[in-house]
Design a binder for this molecule. Structure first.
Ligand code: PFF
Length: 488
């Protein structure tokens, strides 16, 4: 089978940026910056980007374009026994897809509600009671929450429409529309946010430099973790996308463009989030720290409340905000689904239509768990474990297998062959030394915390199920290489 290719270089870059810019940029970055020294966080973040994010991006783009296969095939072509590494990336992507789609489903519901600010004045009650209808325990599934289910069906339908059309006519074309739209929405939102009264005070909180934080190891840890997550690395995604590059493609410069664009998006979104929070604190006459919330609560509880209070253009701003979350999530989801579907196409020589239908049917069925009334508990638990043991472990294995065993220099030579900027010896050091040290430290630290305290106060049985999903995924990835092609 001939491999599909991107139509243009710009198309590839837009799709890769579309994958990188996602839910992680909208709430994760601003909160991480706020918690870890404000403006000073930009220093460790930038260093993380340069010493680990961009080098790993070059490695993944290099591998994809050299071996021209989805992650399992690319690793297999480097060395037969490496195939399982690719599968772990693919399966981790699959697990993330199952709940990331549900969060996008919520945001579609909010997008519809935005037209009349239909979440009402008590946004917390709307989120927990009207939308999620949260039950009292992870074991009390109590059937589906109907609005979540409706949003989820909408999400999978959109993904199916785009994915079945293939690389050029589906993914590339969609991102050529989504990315300019997303950046336009970002500009609109920034202008709206910074012109609000009190916005500057919020932005000051976001960027106020606290230099003492630079000696805090936790801050560096947060910066590296944010860089990997946000760049979609270690998830089989960037290998898959770059496997559709034509032979003579720039690798190094593309990796810089994609990574810096992703960082720029996060940084700018911080102005929207903190400008709006600044206004909210101003309108209520309270301090910023009283309105800041992390994660899901920020996007779906606090910001809708802030939107309710806007002095004007409420509906327009609300629609722009939830449209931007939806578009950012959709373009990332497409890349997560493509990583899995493409691996099926390679391994079993399946046609795209069949691989896409299978991937979407399986992901949709699994995602239904999170559309039940206990869904949020499971989403929280699985997200927690996959963040520690998904991309981090793949990253470590990539550094060892490709950096040390296959040879970082071989990938560097390949990556440099058609690139405007050349990667120097610094790149080998990043891949072989910095990357494994940082990632092993992060995994070690997370494991220590997991063992010391029950995450989120959940009962051990629920945490065991969550961790079990991850272990099962790992076992499957080790077994898959033994299956020989038997379909079609
Ligand atoms: N990079 C995207 C984000 O920041 O939301 C999507 C994503 C990919 C998230 C891979 C998490 C992940 F492990």
């Amino acid at each position: 089978m001939t491999r599909e290719v991107w139509n243009t270089r710009v198309g590839f870059i837009l799709a890769a940026v579309g994958s990188a810019v996602g839910l992680g940029n909208i709430w994760r970055f601003s909160y991480a910056a706020y918690e870890n020294g404000g403006g000073v966080f930009l220093i460790p973040y930038f260093i993380a980007l340069l010493t680990a994010g961009i080098p790993l991006m070059i490695l993944e783009f290099g591998m994809g374009s050299k071996f021209r296969g989805a992650a399992p095939m690319a690793f297999k072509r480097a060395k037969k026994s490496f195939e399982f590494i690719g599968w772990w990336g693919v399966i981790a992507s699959f697990i993330i897809t199952t709940y990331y789609s549900v969060i996008m489903g919520w945001s579609l519901v909010y997008l519809v509600k935005a037209f009349n600010l239909g979440w009402g004045s008590d946004t917390e009650a709307f989120f927990n009671e009207a939308l999620l209808e949260v039950s009292n325990s992870p074991w009390n599934f109590s059937g589906f929450a109907p609005s979540v289910l409706a949003g989820l069906v909408g999400v999978w339908f959109l993904i199916w429409i785009i994915e079945k059309k293939g690389v050029q006519k589906g993914i590339e074309r969609a991102n050529k529309i989504f990315m300019p739209l997303l950046w336009l929405l970002l500009i609109v939102l920034v202008f709206r946010a910074i012109t609000l009264p009190g916005a500057l005070a919020g932005i000051e909180w976001y960027l106020k430099p606290d230099f003492s934080k630079l000696t805090d190891l936790g801050v560096w840890q947060a910066a590296y973790a944010q860089a990997f997550y946000s760049l979609s690395l270690g998830m089989a995604i960037m290998i898959t996308y770059s496997s559709y590059l034509p032979k003579k493609s720039d690798v190094v410069n593309n990796a810089f463009i994609v990574s810096l664009a992703d960082g720029a998006f996060s940084f700018t979104m911080g102005f929207v989030v903190f400008g709006t929070l600044g206004y909210m604190a101003f309108a209520q006459g309270v301090g910023i720290q009283e309105v800041v919330k992390q994660g899901i609560g920020l996007a779906f509880v606090v910001l809708p409340a802030a939107l309710n209070m806007l002095p004007g253009l409420k509906v327009l701003t609300a629609v722009a905000f939830f449209l931007s979350i939806s578009v950012a999530a959709l373009s990332s989801l497409i890349s997560l689904v493509e990583a899995f579907a493409s691996a099926l196409m390679d391994k079993f020589e399946m046609k795209r239509s069949r691989a896409v239908n299978l991937t979407i049917a399986a992901s949709f069925l699994c995602s239904l768990v999170y559309a039940t009334r206990a869904g949020i508990y499971w989403l929280d638990i699985v997200d927690h474990f996959i963040n520690s043991y998904g991309l981090m472990i793949v990253g470590i294995l990539e550094a060892v297998a490709i950096g040390w065993i296959f040879g970082a220099d071989k990938i560097r030579e390949w990556a440099n062959s058609y690139s405007d900027i050349k990667a120097g010896a610094w790149w080998d050091i990043s891949i072989k030394v910095v990357l494994p040290i940082v990632l092993i430290y992060l995994v070690f630290n997370d494991t220590r915390t997991n063992l010391a305290e029950a995450y989120g106060g959940y009962e051990p049985a629920a945490l065991l199920v969550g961790a079990g999903v991850i272990v099962l995924g790992m076992i499957i990835s080790v077994l898959l290489p033994f299956i020989k092609k038997e379909v079609e």
